[in-house]
Design a protein around this ligand. Structure first.
Ligand code: ADP
Length: 246
């Protein structure tokens, strides 16, 4: 692990990687990168590299797990052994099981599961390279992969973290800011601004919390535009990519 820097924000208000406090890292999106999946996405966000694959809706087995009036959303978040400096032990961990659970829940309000009774929609996310913000990166990639699979949704889900370093709120923490910062608050939201995932490490005052939510809301809306642009570039601005309204 790197040493703690003396300062995270310089006299010009810029962070160690040159960003302003309210600036997200550059994001790059490739759609349909896996031919076996029904929908897929490769996403780079700063130094994070993430793959998402969606399978389904397909009949859920065993049948006793089927939901008669809806599809089940299953979500797997996994970090590759080589995704961080120290090797990560393969297989589920407490952290990955927790992230998988809350990420599935982040999609439940938007996916129109009622159209596909007794089925399962499987979302697999693999972190290939990690640099903080991987759960939010995976959600952004999964959202695109769901759209690529043609799964009807009320809209996309966009996610970003906000945190606190040197006593200041900063958007989209990088690894050092996450490691040594005072707070880390990942958030996912719908295009209407409804929060579908919120977690928090560390402490913020009530005022800071309110300001942090506004900051992360702006970040999510910026990401939504990047996601939409990627989809329009791939599929064209027409009905072939259809976000069905309820
Ligand atoms: P997120 O990646 O969603 O921000 P965390 O805050 O738990 O999730 O992790 C922050 C960062 O710490 C990760 O992106 C990764 O770079 C690193 N990290 C997480 N788990 C491990 C681990 N088991 N070993 C080494 N580094 C890890």
């Amino acid at each position: 692990m790197s040493d703690k820097p003396d300062k995270f924000i310089d006299d010009n208000g810029l962070r160690l990687d040159g960003r302003r406090v309210d600036e997200i890292r550059p994001m790059k999106i490739d759609i349909g990168v896996l031919s076996r999946a029904d929908g897929s996405c490769y996403l780079e966000w700063g130094k994070n590299k993430v793959l998402a694959a969606v399978y389904g809706p397909r009949t859920l087995h065993p049948r006793r797990k089927q939901i008669p009036d809806a599809a089940l959303i299953r979500y797997r978040y996994n970090m590759a052994s080589f995704s961080v400096e120290d090797r990560i032990r393969p297989g589920p961990s407490r952290r990955s099981v927790e992230i998988s659970k809350v990420s599935a829940e982040a999609f439940e309000p938007v996916v129109l599961t009622k159209f596909y009774p007794n089925t399962v929609i499987d979302i697999f996310t693999e972190i290939i390279q990690a640099d903080a913000g991987t759960r939010t990166a995976a959600i952004n990639a999964a959202s695109i992969a769901l759209a690529d699979a043609g799964i009807p949704m009320k809209g996309l889900v966009s996610a970003c973290a906000v945190g606190k370093v040197d006593g200041q709120l900063v958007l989209d923490l990088n690894k050092d800011e996450d490691n040594f910062g005072a707070a880390d608050l990942p958030v996912a939201m719908t295009q209407d601004g409804e929060i579908t995932l919120i977690q928090m490490d560390g402490n913020l005052t009530q005022e800071e919390f309110k300001e942090a939510i506004e900051m992360v809301r702006a970040g999510c809306m910026e990401i939504l535009e990047i996601q939409k642009k990627a989809l329009y570039t791939k599929f064209g601005d027409d009905s072939s990519f259809d976000l069905t309204e309820e």
